[in-house]
Design a protein around this ligand. Structure first.
Ligand SMILES: *Cc1c(COP(=O)(O)O)cnc(C)c1O
Length: 401
């Protein structure tokens, strides 16, 4: 273990970031969750159950796919994809949802709740709740409900209750606020399954550990198939769970450049992007200390991204640590670049990516021509089926030309 592959300290801090910015009563509940998590994570029965569900329910290991045609077309770096889009429910989020649902069940909680942006976390959690047999409620902004109708139906079919959130910008941040408030009404019995590596300790650590399977698999698969490590590992960053999942396995490999890609949206004005590490500054949000897009009073700024799963003004505290330490570089991709990458992967390789994942693709495609001789490993965090109607509506017939 080197200085970058860290666990947070006792108080949940990754360097200056993380912790529990919470009333003491709630911190106590978080510490109970942490204590139980630390127990099960070394419990052979729990680990065996996770292993078998990963294999038989999620469909792991997900493969690594070499984009031969696309790499030739870009004329530089070779492009490899870690195919989290092939998981059951279509994205990486099922990896941590099953872990959280099993933990909630084990702790005797009577209900599991969450917020969702693109609907992917809601679908993954509703799936995990059905699997372990726990009632489930999902809080979702009304703007996202309108954008992601198929996922709303999926959650209902899976037996979850979808709670619309109509305040503020009616997107992810407000959904988190509403879910937190509901959780605080009965914190003993409700398990709030946070959807990324964000929120108070122990969630940034715990969700990361559940996602680390992505990086552990990918590192071994790549090494075995190519006889070496990739030169760059690239992932999109919303809260940062798919990114930290793949990054974690490579942090000690000094030869590997690691890049997180944030949404530059439709412009650099406040409210037109959600590039937290690129334009934000340290502050407090949702129970943690981390980089934040905020106004002069410390209130979270409005954010926007073409990808619902990325429009969040905060970011996981470990990413804040990795940015300051310089181990990970954070870049951005604009909506236009993202739409072009979405189309390119669909038409050249026959893979429709999630708009979130297309941020990582867009950045990789942009720098590929100057990086001949390099291998890029990109985390394809999810599939784009959920985005097809939105994209065609947005781009119109031009999309098909
Ligand atoms: C939710 C989501 C993301 C963003 O969440 P992270 O925690 O940053 O990974 C990225 N990709 C897909 C497909 C998602 O559903």
């Amino acid at each position: 273990m080197n200085k970058f592959d860290i666990n947070p300290d006792q108080a949940g801090n990754f360097g200056n970031y993380g912790g529990q910015v919470l009333p003491p009563a709630i911190a106590t509940i978080m510490n109970e969750i942490d204590a139980e998590y630390e127990k099960i994570k070394v419990d052979s029965e729990f680990l065996a159950e996770m292993d078998s569900l990963r294999r038989d329910f999620i469909g792991r290991p997900s493969p690594i796919y070499f984009c031969k045609k696309l790499s030739a077309k870009l004329g530089g770096a070779r492009i490899f994809l870690k195919r989290e889009d092939l998981n059951h429910t279509g994205a990486h989020k099922i990896n941590h949802c099953i872990g959280e649902a099993l933990l909630a069940k084990k702790m005797g909680k009577t209900k599991i709740i969450a917020e969702t942006g693109a609907g992917q976390h809601g679908v993954a959690l509703a799936t995990a709740a059905a699997l372990v047999g726990l009632p489930c409620e999902i809080f979702m902004g009304e703007v996202d409900i309108a954008k992601q109708a198929p996922n709303v139906t999926r959650m209902k079919i899976l037996g979850a209750k979808v709670v619309p959130v109509g305040r503020g910008l009616k997107t992810l941040k407000e959904a988190v606020d509403a879910a937190l408030e509901y959780f605080l009404s009965d914190p003993q019995n409700i398990f709030y399954a946070i959807g990324s590596v964000v929120g108070p300790h122990p969630f940034p650590k715990m969700v990361r550990d559940f996602q680390r399977i992505v990086g552990d698999e990918a590192r071994e698969q790549f090494q075995k198939a190519q006889g070496k490590l990739p030169n760059k590992v690239i992932a999109c960053v919303g809260g940062g769970s798919n990114a930290i999942g793949i990054f974690s396995a490579f942090l000690e490999d000094e030869s590997v450049e690691i890049i997180g890609v944030e949404p530059a949206g439709r412009g650099l004005k406040v409210g037109d992007h959600a590039a937290t590490l690129t334009f934000g500054s340290p502050g407090n949000i949702h129970g943690m200390h981390t980089y934040l897009l905020q106004d002069a009073a410390g209130e979270p700024s409005p954010v926007y991204s073409i990808a619902s799963g990325l429009d969040y003004p905060g970011i996981g505290p470990q990413h804040s640590f990795l940015k300051d330490s310089g181990r990970v570089n954070y870049a951005t991709a604009t909506d236009d670049e993202v739409l072009a990458a979405f189309r390119e992967l669909s038409q050249v390789e026959g893979i429709i990516p999630a708009l979130e994942s297309a941020h990582a693709l867009a950045y990789a495609f942009k720098i590929a021509p100057q990086n001949a001789g390099q291998d890029f490993l990109i985390n394809l965090s999810g599939r784009g089926d959920k985005d097809i109607d939105f994209v065609v509506e947005k781009v119109g017939e031009k999309f098909f030309e």
